[in-house]
Design a protein around this ligand. Structure first.
Ligand code: CA
Ligand code: CA
Length: 718
């Protein structure tokens, strides 16, 4: 159990995951949280001198708490050293429509920006080779970085709405990369605006936090938390509760940061960064709202500060180094004893089984009986896995079928499969009725995305009457494009859309890539020309791959996403650093055109509405004065008429406002789709050309140059 060094009860509620800490007043940092009524409060346990206390909009709410009115739902909050020349932290507050950089001491906005893509997450720090720190905002499919002046220095697109951001030196080169978690279950790592790694998780990534160098912690919406070291996951655990906030802090003082998690049931746990084992815990009476660190109650020493949604704040000091060491040792020892006891139990059970069998076989005629009823199976028993595709029918969509079979008369009693992203949950069990068991078993695998799946299987093999079974553990790798079945002859016309590019590699290398990434009955071989047709089981659309002796590759598909997946996979296999392509996607471009027209329409309508609303409110103001005047002089008839007019005008104003709200929702959804198309178009390219497409597309959209946009998507250049 963890003992807090202090515990406070604030009179204000705290919104989950809207907690930060800022050094605004010099010596002591102040806890800053979003609270009820669209407000943000700033709290320090110390008296801040009146000279330093912000005035006007910041009204003192008793003690050392100051309130800040935002008047809009706070969607994200972060304090940090955005402007080093100020000498204190800047508070960034994001809402659905804008972003404010606030100077707490001077009580003024440093800048205010409209962010139509929203601000779901904010982080402040240095990104890549940028000289100055940036406030990086994650919105609907877009990421934007502002400098201290409010100029946007950085913009890029990502696959879906951003839920979490963290700056991590992912590749240990001394510069920080941006790790982005989004609603499409993907964690992407950006070196400035180039994606250098992509990891697919099983749910929305709600939290990300740097741990040390290339390590970072993550939390998913389904209650999973864990740590990644570069692209590989060190460990993860899953809880039925939901992790509200994660953080890193060296609480046992051994020089390595632990992962601290605050849970929705009020639990705080501190886990070893490399094993995930709990080394400390504490409990709040209500859900945890956030975790930060700072020299909150005592100068210079960082404390771990946890707060709950009910406004309870607890601080923990790191242990003295010596006691930390012993505690760790005890933990390691206990863990070893636990593991060894478990191994002993398993071995004893196995031994008992063998003894039972032996005593059975020593009975007269026992051997025969034993082979079928007890758990003995032939020593050469093997379990095989085979992948195939079921093309499906109207009721059942096409899917990959995994056939598991034994090589003799033994039966498969049950199969447990562990794999991410293909089952509802992370595992799947097949346990046929005892009358239906046989030596083979089929398991359908529904692949939603084009990603390779590594399935780990546990197969229970024995005889029908056995009570004990042998467990075979097998790994089965489902190739990335398993959902595309090979067709000798397409029954549908070839797709109109395509990407075209030339590579330096021989056709044989491309064949090896195809054999590894597609599910084929026989491996593909070619010496001069390649022309392969596939049918997607996702949506029954064709895909054609060709390569000619001049080493020109053409990928024909009408789906921009599929083309991007194939280009990325092939380029990774062939180790191509930079690749530009010619793209022809008439349908997608037509849709993009429609989208941009809609965005334009909504933007101009918005301007009209804003002007109308301003007019109406001015008119209302003067009418109120006039109506009051008539009341004072006792002209009730005119007053009544005045108020009726006022009532009507007010109704119009409310109506206009509602239209503007709907207009905004629509605008956001269209902007998101435009961002998505740009992201897909960039994924058709590799390296510098990939980045170039994003930058050029943005410039074209800013200048409202549709023909340039079409050209960039088609050629990769303007
Ligand atoms: Ca780096
Ligand atoms: Ca530690």
């Amino acid at each position: 159990m963890l003992m807090p060094i202090f515990s406070l009860k604030l009179s204000m509620k705290i919104k989950p995951n809207k907690v930060t800490i800022g050094n605004y007043f010099g010596k002591y940092p102040a806890l800053t949280c979003a609270t009820n009524g669209d407000k943000v409060f700033i709290h320090t346990p110390h008296k801040i001198s009146e000279a330093n206390r912000p005035q006007s909009t910041l009204t003192s709410a008793g003690g050392d708490v100051n309130l800040l009115n935002i008047n809009q739902k706070v969607s994200s909050i972060c304090a940090g050293n955005l402007n080093p020349s100020l000498g204190y932290d800047v508070l960034m507050i994001g809402t659905d429509t804008n972003l404010v950089a606030y100077d707490v001491i001077q009580n003024r906005d440093l800048f205010y920006r409209e962010t139509p893509d929203g601000a779901n997450a904010i982080t402040i720090g240095k990104l890549g080779a940028f000289q100055d720190p940036l406030a990086i905002i994650g919105g609907n499919c877009s990421i934007q970085g502002f400098d201290a002046k409010g100029d946007d220095q950085f913009w890029t697109v990502t696959g879906d709405n951003v839920c979490s951001l963290a700056l991590v030196d992912f590749d240990k080169d001394g510069q920080k990369e941006l790790v982005v978690g989004s609603e499409d279950f993907d964690i992407r790592v950006f070196r400035e605006d180039e994606i250098i790694a992509e990891m697919t998780e099983t749910e929305m990534i709600t939290c990300l936090h740097p741990i040390s160098e290339c390590k970072f912690g993550y939390a998913l919406q389904n209650g999973t938390i864990g740590i990644y070291e570069r692209t590989s996951r060190s460990w993860r655990i899953k809880s039925k509760n939901h992790a509200v906030s994660i953080f890193s802090f060296d609480l046992n003082n051994d020089g390595v940061s632990e992962l601290i998690t605050g849970w929705s049931n009020g639990k705080i746990d501190v886990r070893n960064d490399s094993t995930g084992e709990i080394i400390f815990k504490d409990n709040f009476n209500s859900s945890v709202a956030g975790i930060v660190k700072g020299a909150y109650t005592q100068p210079e020493n960082d404390q771990l500060i946890c707060c709950s949604v009910e406004g309870e704040v607890r601080g923990y000091n790191p242990l003295a180094p010596s006691s930390g060491q012993t505690l760790m040792d005890i933990n390691v020892e206990q863990e070893m004893i636990r593991e060894m006891t478990q191994t002993k139990q398993t071995l004893l059970m196995e031994l008992k089984n063998y003894q039972d069998k032996l005593s059975q076989s020593q009975r007269p005629g026992g051997t025969e009986e034993l082979e079928k009823s007890a758990s003995m199976i032939p020593v050469d028993t093997k379990v095989n896995c085979e992948l195939d595709v079921n093309t499906g029918n109207q009721e059942f969509p096409g899917h990959v079928v995994l056939t598991i079979s034994t090589n003799n008369d033994t039966i498969i009693r049950a199969v447990t499969a562990f794999a991410e992203g293909i089952f509802d949950g992370e595992s799947h069990v097949i346990h046929p009725h005892i009358n239906k068991v046989s030596s083979s078993l089929k398991m359908p695998l529904r692949l939603q995305k084009d990603i390779p799946v590594d399935a780990h299987l546990k197969v229970l093999v024995g005889y029908k009457n056995c009570s004990h079974f042998h467990v075979f553990e097998i790994n089965c790798l489902v190739p990335r494009f398993a959902m595309y079945i090979f067709c000798q002859q397409l029954t549908v016309p070839e797709p109109e859309g395509f990407v075209k590019f030339t590579i330096n590699d021989r056709i044989q290398r491309v064949c090896i890539w195809i054999n590894q990434n597609f599910l084929l009955k026989e491996p593909v071989q070619a010496s001069n020309n390649l022309h392969l047709s596939f049918l997607s089981m996702h949506n029954q659309t064709p895909l054609v791959l060709t390569m000619d002796p001049a080493r020109q590759v053409i990928i024909k598909t009408d789906d921009l996403d599929v083309a991007g997946n194939i280009v990325q996979s092939l380029a990774t296999y062939l180790k191509i650093d930079d690749l530009n392509v010619t793209a022809h996607f008439p349908e997608e471009l037509k849709a993009l055109n429609v989208l941009i027209e809609k965005v334009d329409g909504l933007n101009s309508m918005r301007q009209t509405l804003t002007a109308n609303i301003a007019d109406h409110s001015n008119l209302i103001r003067s009418m109120v004065v006039r109506a009051e005047d008539t009341r004072l002089i006792g002209d009730m008839k005119t007053m009544k008429r005045g108020y009726i007019e006022l009532y009507n005008l007010n109704r119009d104003l409310v109506r206009d406002y509602n239209i503007r709200c709907n207009n905004h929702t629509e605008l956001v959804s269209y902007l998101k789709q435009v961002n998505l198309v740009i992201q897909k178009a960039s994924r058709l390219r590799v390296g510098k050309y990939k980045t170039q497409v994003v930058t050029l597309c943005r410039a074209a959209i800013k200048n409202n140059n549709i023909s340039a946009l079409v050209k960039i998507i088609t050629t990769g250049a303007s």
